[in-house]
Each structure stands twice: as structure tokens, then as C-alpha cells.
Design a protein around this ligand. Structure first.
Ligand code: GLA
Length: 379
């Protein structure tokens, strides 16, 4: 990938830029909790976006996407937003830095990635973090702190891409650390690294290859449900809600909103339980919570689909310790915690069965927990 990006840079702009990378993420547990002020427990993965970038001394940005074989050129004013949705991620990052009083001038860039798109692995956060980190380095002497870099990516989603996402994906992409998960409290923004080397188990993502699309999607509706319930309870976010509080207003809210909030309230406790269990090496508890999350995401939060539920069923049948939908849902991957000795059989069975039903095999990505956004030469 590196050579191709450098070659494309040479062809399009001549000479060399500086290479930056930022990863996608997985999440062990804590789904749809981030925008509710709850906890999440993600890690960065070994799939990344890579960009070669060089200031060009003008007020124009010129970018070439190798994966899409497409060019974009835009100015840095609000009215200059590019047409292509992929370029809006980069434009958004530039604008959000400028809005915060940071500096961005014209630059040339080529980029590519191996984070599968629409698979729930945060390819868009990887792209945002890659450029946010690069522009911080190239134009701002790294004066923008890392949390702000994550927020720049999040605001890009909100203001330029139509997704009202939480902070988890950009946070994980910026702060990722090899062999560590991060438990982030999305209310206080305090976080802790947890060493992650599961003993006798492997983590693997199984990609249904059902593409999800979060923009203008049910994702924003889920968030709106949660906000309605919080407002009705007179609290800022569902982080401060309990089941007792929710049950007390059950007749005043729609059944749909009730079940959305119920899932969130249950999920935030599961994150803490899983962190404790992980430290104690109690993988059975970790796994049980993962199955509970799947059930809640499927039945109460309704962000699953037939294919993801089938993957979950197969995991259960194969004796997989824990399995669940990962990320926003509506397609993409399940994350699976599998005992070493069951691993090969699980992978074979899930491929065969899924293929028999849907006519294509799922993709398999072993989870390799990796470092966050950085300059390529720093790795
Ligand atoms: C998407 C969003 C995140 C988070 C997850 C669900 O990945 O971008 O902010 O809400 O869905 O946990």
C-alpha cells in the first residue's frame, strides 16, 4: 500500500509527501453507549488508512483516492464543500480545524486504505483521524490535543456527513495502543488502557458483507429516541438513568423508545462487568455479556439483520464463548471470542453454513490490537 500511495503521489503531484496512518477500530463491548454518556471498550485494529500529504503553498486542497480512482479539488471556505462524499470527510476535517482557530493551508494528498468499507470497522473515523493528525503535524506544530483531534473527526461526521455519531470511533483511532483496549467514560472523557492478551482464546471478526450505511439512517433515529427519553426523565443523558426510573415513565413514552432506553441502561453496566471479568481472566462472563449485548441490539435496539443473527446462532452452536454484532449495526461484522481449540472448527462452520444460506462466505478478520493515528515513520 505504501509504495502505491507514494507512486500515485509522484505521478499526480511530483516528488514526495509525508506518510500518515490511522486505524479502524473494534469494540469488545459498549455499543450505542457513547452518545448516551456511557462507557465503551474499544481498541484500534491493524487495518488502516494511509495518506501521503504535502503542503502546496496555495489555498486549494487536491486529493486523489487510490481505492476509488477519483480526484477532488476544493478550497477551504465553507462554500467550497466538494461533491463527492469521500472528499467531504477530508474537507470536514479541514473546516473543523479552522473553526477551532487552527491553521490549514492548501495541500496535495494521495490516500488508500485496507479498512473494509461499511463493515462497522470505522473506515470513516480512520480517514478523519489520519487527516486530522496529519494537518495537526504539518500546520499546527501538534498543538491540537488528541481529544480535540477525535472531536474534529466526530464533528466532521455531524456537520459534513450526516451521521450524529458518538466519540468512540475517532477516540479509538486516535488513542489506540498495541495490545491494549481502552475503557472510555464518554461523560467525563476519562479513560484507562487495559492490557489485552486473552489467554487460551482468540478474537475474530466475522464480516457478513452486508453493507451498512449510517448517514440519514436509523442510527440517527436511535440516538433521537435516547435523547427523548433522557429529556422526559429530566437528565442530560441515559448514563444517569436506571431501570426503575425508566419503568416509572413507561406509560408516557412509546414502546419503541422504552426498549431503546432499556438496552442502553443494561449495556452500560455490562461494560463495567466485562472489564472486571477480563482483568480476572473470567472469559465466561465476558462471553455471556457479549451474547446479552447481541440479544439487546437485536431485539430491543433493533440494529441487527437476519445475516448477523444467523452468524450469532452459528457461533452459539459452535460453542463460541461470546459473540455479538459490533459497531453501529445494520450489517457489518460480529465480534467473537473463541477458545483456541474451537477456533478452526468455528471458522470452517461459519463459512460453510453462511455460504450455504446466502451464497457467499463471510470474511474473517482476526483481531490484532494496534497503535492509533501516527506518522508512518514513527512506527
Ligand atoms: C458507530 C458510531 C459510534 C457508536 C457506534 C455504536 O460506530 O460512529 O459513535 O455509536 O456506532 O456503538
Amino acid at each position: 500500500m505504501k509504495e502505491k500511495i507514494e507512486k500515485a503521489f509522484e505521478q499526480h503531484f511530483g516528488g514526495k509527501g509525508t506518510l500518515y496512518v490511522a486505524p479502524g477500530r473494534f469494540n469488545l463491548i459498549g455499543e450505542h453507549t457513547d452518545y448516551n454518556g456511557g462507557f465503551v471498550f474499544p481498541g484500534a485494529i491493524d487495518k488502516l488508512m494511509m495518506a501521503d500529504i504535502r503542503p502546496n503553498g496555495t489555498d486549494k486542497v487536491r486529493v486523489y483516492s487510490l481505492d476509488l480512482n477519483d480526484n477532488a479539488e476544493f478550497g477551504l471556505n465553507e462554500a467550497d464543500a466538494p461533491e463527492q462524499s469521500w472528499a467531504r470527510y477530508i474537507f470536514g476535517v479541514c473546516r473543523e480545524i479552522l473553526k477551532r482557530g487552527g491553521k490549514v493551508e492548501g495541500f496535495d494528498a494521495t490516500f488508500a486504505g485496507n479498512v473494509p468499507l461499511g463493515a462497522g470497522l470505522s473506515s470513516s473515523a480512520a480517514l478523519e483521524s489520519c487527516f486530522a493528525n496529519a494537518l495537526n503535524d504539518l500546520f499546527n506544530d501538534n498543538s491540537i490535543d488528541k481529544f480535540e483531534l477525535a472531536r474534529i473527526g466526530q464533528s466532521t461526521e455531524h456537520n459534513y456527513c450526516g451521521v450524529n455519531c458518538g466519540i468512540m470511533d475517532q477516540f479509538a483511532s486516535v488513542f489506540g495502543k498495541k495490545d491494549h483496549l481502552m475503557r472510555l467514560d464518554c461523560r467525563s472523557m476519562e479513560f484507562e488502557y487495559f492490557p489485552f492478551k486473552p489467554v487460551g482464546h482468540r478474537l475474530v471478526l466475522v464480516d457478513s458483507r452486508v453493507k451498512h450505511e449510517l448517514a440519514d439512517s436509523p442510527y440517527n433515529k436511535r440516538r433521537a429516541s435516547c435523547e427523548r427519553v433522557a429529556k422526559r426523565l429530566g437528565i442530560e443523558t441515559l448514563r444517569d438513568a436506571t431501570m426503575e426510573m425508566l419503568d416509572a415513565i413507561k406509560t408516557d413514552i412509546t414502546a419503541e423508545d422504552y426498549f431503546r432506553a432499556k438496552f442502553v441502561i443494561e449495556e452500560k453496566d455490562r461494560v463495567l462487568a466485562v472489564c472486571d471479568a477480563l482483568v480476572a481472566g473470567d472469559y465466561d462472563t465476558v462471553g455471556r455479556c457479549m451474547y446479552e449485548t447481541h440479544k439487546g441490539l437485536s431485539k430491543d435496539y433493533e440494529v441487527s439483520c437476519e445475516e448477523l443473527d444467523y452468524l450469532n446462532d452459528i457461533a452459539k452452536e459452535c460453542g463460541v464463548t461470546g459473540s455479538r454484532i459490533m459497531g453501529g449495526g445494520f450489517g457489518g461484522c460480529t465480534v467473537n471470542l473463541v477458545k483456541e481449540e474451537l477456533y478452526d472448527n468455528f471458522i470452517k462452520t461459519v463459512k460453510d453454513k453462511f455460504n450455504a444460506r446466502y451464497g457467499h462466505e463471510p470474511k474473517i478478520y482476526p483481531v490484532i490490537v494496534s497503535d492509533g493515528a501516527r506518522r508512518y515513520e514513527d512506527q
